[in-house]
Design a protein around this ligand. Structure first.
Ligand code: TXA
Ligand code: MG
Length: 337
């Protein structure tokens, strides 16, 4: 029987495991990643098996220094260096043309690679000592909630990995903003807490954003853009604050507790309702989003009603993840797996 993972902030131990081709969950400022040596085929195979991700879906490679970009990518545009200078280490992933030696296991068979310098002191120190790249998708099973604490990693992956590098709770809370620089116009493939406006301030070129998460998409360039992503087990439903009382009333006769995620305080005392009051500002809301959904999910809520959030500016990434969580649960309701 495999044992529970070691949960520790010992960088040397994490380094040894990675060098042996084993997997280590690593903290980043966004979410925890499931790390593997990006130059070791056996480690990458292990990564896809534990993650349960289809092999044609690419993973991000994490680096310590911008000088390492040219070891992994070719035809790097000036815009990449401008963005790197402004936002790395930080919650931004750049998609660039891959260097010839890069394994197709990392790129999902595409000719591009996702690269990021994360902003977490433990992982930066680990990357510094490791020297190579660490491939790391979010440390959850494919399609489930991303973990933002070691406890959530443990719950998601448990004894399938030998170690979780304990860096405490993640400060940003939702995954990095992904910017595709491999084509003509820079394109935001996945919104995050680094906003389009901030990117515009650095780039003189026009930036486009991928259409809203609510629209169905058929390609798999970035699985984080699939509609069924980031969903807890309990069905999630987005409701306006105005419609919330009526929706609660209509679900009141159903069995089991109801979960509510709202920016408003709990208006009534009802033991059958688990009401979580989320922060009113986007960064605060994002930081706690997955932990809040995880908490309500753990309580076995039959439905989680989420008060809709703004969709513009710093809320874009949060609105995107909520849209996918709701869309993912309705897909599951209609097509039980
Ligand atoms: O914040 C984050 O980005 C976290 C932390 C751990 O760094 N990582 C993360 O990884 O969210 P993952 O694998 O769960 O999501 C990465 C996204 C996926 O949607 C993947 O398809 C996309 O990045 N991606 C990676 N390489 C790509 C490529 N070459 N072209 C297009 N999309 C790519
Ligand atoms: Mg993910």
């Amino acid at each position: 029987m495999p044992s529970d993972p070691v949960v520790s902030s010992n960088i040397d131990q994490a380094l040894t495991l990675l060098q042996q081709g084993l997997l280590v969950a690593i903290p980043t400022e966004t979410v925890y990643g499931l790390g593997a040596d990006a130059s070791n085929e056996a480690a990458l195979e292990r990564l896809y098996t534990v993650k349960g991700r289809p092999t044609h879906h690419p993973v991000i490679v994490h680096l310590a220094h911008v000088q390492q970009l040219s070891q992994w990518a070719i035809d790097i545009p000036d815009s990449a260096y401008q963005l790197a200078e402004a936002f790395w280490p930080g919650p931004m992933t750049l998609i660039l043309k891959k260097a010839p030696h890069v394994s197709s296991r990392i790129t999902g068979g595409q000719d591009t690679i996702g690269l990021r310098i994360p902003n977490h002191p433990l992982t930066l120190a680990l990357l510094e000592q490791f020297q190579g790249g660490i491939a790391a998708p979010s440390a959850n099973k494919f399609g489930c909630l991303s973990p933002t604490t070691p406890e959530q990693v443990c719950h998601a992956l448990g004894n399938a990995i030998p170690m979780i590098l304990d860096g405490g709770p993640c400060h940003v809370g939702i995954e990095s903003t992904i910017i595709d620089l491999s084509g003509g116009t820079p394109c935001i493939l996945r919104p995050g807490m680094l906003t389009e406006a901030e990117i515009h301030r650095v780039l003189t070129a026009q930036v486009t954003a991928l259409a809203s998460s609510i629209l169905p998409r058929s390609d798999v360039r970035a699985p984080g853009t699939l509609n069924s992503h980031y969903a807890p087990r309990s069905p999630v439903e987005l409701v306006t604050l105005e419609n919330l009382p009526a929706r609660i009333a209509s679900l009141a006769s159903d069995k089991g507790p109801l979960g509510i995620l709202s920016r408003q305080p709990k208006p009534m005392d009802n033991p059958n309702i688990h009401w979580v009051q989320a922060p009113k500002d986007a960064p605060g809301y994002a930081k706690q989003l997955y932990a809040n959904l995880f908490y309500l999910d753990q309580l076995g809520c039959r439905t989680i009603l989420v008060e809709v959030v703004p969709t513009e500016g710093s809320w874009t990434g949060v609105a995107d993840r909520l849209g996918r969580a709701a869309s993912g649960s309705s897909a599951r309701t209609h097509q039980p797996a």
